[in-house]
Design a protein around this ligand. Structure first.
Ligand code: 13P
Ligand code: SF4
Length: 311
């Protein structure tokens, strides 16, 4: 199949109208996907939007756990994803059988799970959180409540520091944020002393300690837009630059690159999605997210609790 980009976008829009399909995209998608999406958001906003949509088909341009969450919130709708292989190293770092055994070691703890996990882990959780509401969700429990936080140890450690809790942390991480090196950040700070460092809480503690501002994708975007600084060192995934540059064309954004050969910090899973795959998935209505009814029910409860607390 060969279509020009313009023709591909026309075909996608035509299929969307015909099938009453909505395209939801995460800020880590490539710019051309963000530009054709009906809604671009962080994990929380995407879950909220998926819950409220009136569309018959949800095309989720993000990664598997996000599309799975959309399906759990919409058991009767068709949820499709451009590429089933768009997984997540953080979700994969928490295999259900191992997590079940871990949880059994702490029978008096409740489980707060970061949304970046599989439906099976969600089903074993008491409540879900995202990076934008993790502190609020944890603080909704009394101080004496014992908590297991899974799967991201960096976000869990950050929430522990902010809230003064001692949550038990599952030892998982995101390969994109965890790889960001302190040496690279220090080098960039020395080269750009006039820049502010902004970081996602999935980064290691040493990076967060140096940051001028820490926040979820949406929160970083808002900060970069409203803060008076003209230059920012950005410690997160590259896709965020598209919206940052659109919001503030007069400002300079420097992504913390992975190594000297690369000037980006791309998530290989998010970047599996392309306009061609979106077109094909809308045309064929697959790959589709299929989940057992029982799993949808069990995983839905902790997600709904989060949505209730995030209104
Ligand atoms: P947020 O969208 O909550 O900022 O999370 C970032 C992320 O890693 C998504 O996979
Ligand atoms: Fe998963 Fe990290 Fe990619 Fe987000 S950026 S989808 S947490 S691997």
């Amino acid at each position: 199949m060969y279509f020009s980009k313009e023709k591909l976008i026309d075909e996608i829009k035509g299929l969307q109208r015909k099938k009453n399909a909505v395209i939801l995209a995460h800020f880590y998608q490539v710019p051309e996907i963000q530009d054709i999406a009906d809604f671009v958001g962080d994990s929380l906003a995407l879950a909220q939007n998926a819950y409220e949509t009136k569309a018959d088909i949800i095309m989720f341009a993000g990664v598997h756990f996000m599309a799975e969450t959309a399906k759990i919130l919409n058991p009767l709708k068709k949820v499709i994803i451009p590429d089933l292989e768009a997984g997540c190293s953080l979700a994969d770092s928490c295999p259900p059988a191992e997590f079940k055994a871990f949880k059994e070691k702490y029978p008096d703890h409740i489980v707060v799970s970061y949304i970046n996990c599989s439906a099976s882990i969600k089903a074993m959780s008491d409540i879900i959180c995202t990076s934008s509401n993790a502190i609020k969700i944890v603080e909704s429990f009394p101080k004496y409540q014992k908590i297991i936080f899974a799967p991201d140890k960096n976000l869990g450690n950050y929430v522990n520091n902010i809230t003064g809790r001692e949550m038990v942390l599952w030892n998982g991480s995101c390969e994109v944020h965890d790889i960001i090196s302190a040496e690279t950040v220090i080098d960039m700070k020395l080269q750009h002393p006039d820049a502010k460092l902004i970081a996602h809480p999935e980064c290691k503690a040493i990076i967060l300690e140096m940051a001028d501002y820490i926040g979820s994708t949406t929160s970083l975007l808002n900060y970069a837009k409203t803060d008076s600084s003209k230059k920012f060192i950005v410690a997160t995934e590259t896709g965020i630059l598209h919206a940052m540059e659109k919001n503030s064309p007069e400002k300079e954004f420097l992504i913390v690159h992975t190594d000297e050969k690369c000037s980006c910090n791309d998530c290989p899973y998010m970047k599996k999605n392309t306009l061609e795959k979106i077109y094909l998935a809308l045309k064929d209505e697959q790959p589709e997210i299929i989940l057992e009814k029982d799993l949808i029910e069990k995983a839905g409860k902790p997600i709904m609790k989060m949505l209730e607390l995030s209104k």
